[in-house]
Design a protein around this ligand. Structure first.
Ligand code: XBP
Ligand code: MG
Length: 256
C-alpha cells in the first residue's frame, strides 16, 4: 500500500536550474574565475550531480593539471559557498514558484495521511530558501524525512540519499513513490527500489527515462483548463487517487 511520497528538489519541486546557473556565473565573476556557463554548457554539465562536483568536473576539462591541486579544491569550496549565498538571495521570499500541481499534491497527500520526504543533491540552505515562503517557515515539519548534500556524500545517480530517506521513514521502497526530473535522479531512485514519476524540465527534456512509472509534463493544476472531452471527474492532473492506482500497478495509459 502507498504510504509515502519522496520528492527530489531541483527540477521537481521547482524549476531551479536557471537560477543555479545564473548563481554559478555570478559567483565565478565575483571570484575572478574566467568561467561562464551558457545554457547549453550547463545542460551538459547537469549530467554531473552536485554543484561542487560539477565545478570540479569543469575544471578538469579546462585545466586538468591545476584541477587536482589542493588550491583548486579550496577554491571550489569557497566559490560554491559564494554561489549558495547568491542562489539563496535569488530564490528566497517566493521569488521562484513551485512547479504546477506541487503545492496542491503536497496538501492533498498530507490530507490523505501519506507521509512526505525529500531526497536531493542540493544543500539544506537551498532547500530552505526555496520552500520557506511557499510552504511556510515551518515547512520542515511537513516532511517526515529529508536527505540532502549534508547527509549523503555520494551524489545521484548513487542511491545513497534515497536509502537514507527510506531508513528514516522505516518503510520499504515498495510502500513509496519517488518524484524526479532527471536521468541521474531516476537512476538513483530506481537503484533504491523505488517506482518513480518523472516530470522533466527544459534542462532535462533530452534525458532518457526508461524504467519510469510515468513521465509527465508536470503534476498539473486545477487552474489548468481541462483538455477537451475530459470530464471533471477525471482531472488531467496527478491526484492521490491516481498515484494509488499507478502504484498498485494500473497499466500505463490508464485514465488518470
Ligand atoms: C540537482 C543538483 C544540484 C543543483 C545545484 O539536485 O544536481 O547540484 O544542480 O545545487 P536535485 P548545489 O537532486 O535536487 O535534482 O550547487 O547545491 O549542488
Ligand atoms: Mg532534480
Amino acid at each position: 500500500m502507498l504510504e509515502a511520497l519522496i520528492f527530489d528538489v531541483d527540477g521537481t519541486l521547482a524549476d531551479t536550474e536557471a537560477a543555479h546557473r545564473e548563481s554559478f556565473n555570478e559567483a565565478f565573476a565575483q571570484a575572478g574565475l574566467d568561467w561562464h556557463w551558457d545554457e547549453a554548457t550547463y545542460i551538459r554539465l547537469l549530467q554531473v550531480a552536485g554543484g561542487k562536483e560539477r565545478m570540479a568536473h569543469h575544471w578538469r576539462t579546462v585545466e586538468p593539471d591545476m584541477a587536482r591541486s589542493a588550491a583548486a579544491r579550496a577554491t571550489i569550496e569557497r566559490v560554491h559557498a559564494m554561489k549558495t549565498r547568491i542562489y539563496e538571495s535569488r530564490v528566497s521570499g517566493g521569488r521562484l514558484p513551485l512547479r504546477p500541481g506541487v503545492l496542491r499534491l503536497i496538501r492533498e497527500a498530507r490530507g490523505a495521511g501519506l507521509r512526505l520526504a525529500i531526497a536531493t543533491t542540493t544543500t539544506p540552505a537551498n532547500i530552505d530558501a526555496l520552500l520557506r515562503q511557499p510552504l511556510g517557515a515551518g515547512w520542515r515539519i511537513q516532511f517526515a524525512a529529508v536527505g540532502d548534500a549534508s547527509t549523503a556524500a555520494r551524489k545521484k545517480p548513487d542511491p545513497q540519499v534515497y536509502g537514507q530517506v527510506l531508513a528514516a521513514l522505516a518503510l520499504p521502497a515498495s510502500a513509496c513513490l519517488a518524484f524526479e526530473d532527471s536521468d541521474n535522479g531516476l537512476r538513483a531512485a530506481t537503484a533504491a527500489g523505488l517506482q518513480t514519476l518523472v516530470t522533466p524540465t527544459v534542462h532535462t527534456a533530452s534525458h532518457g527515462f526508461d524504467g519510469a512509472l510515468r513521465v509527465l509534463p508536470h503534476l498539473g493544476d486545477p487552474n489548468d483548463p481541462l483538455p477537451p472531452g475530459v470530464a471533471d471527474t477525471q482531472p488531467p492532473w496527478v491526484t492521490v487517487a491516481a498515484l494509488r492506482r499507478w502504484h498498485a500497478g494500473a497499466p500505463v495509459g490508464a485514465p488518470v
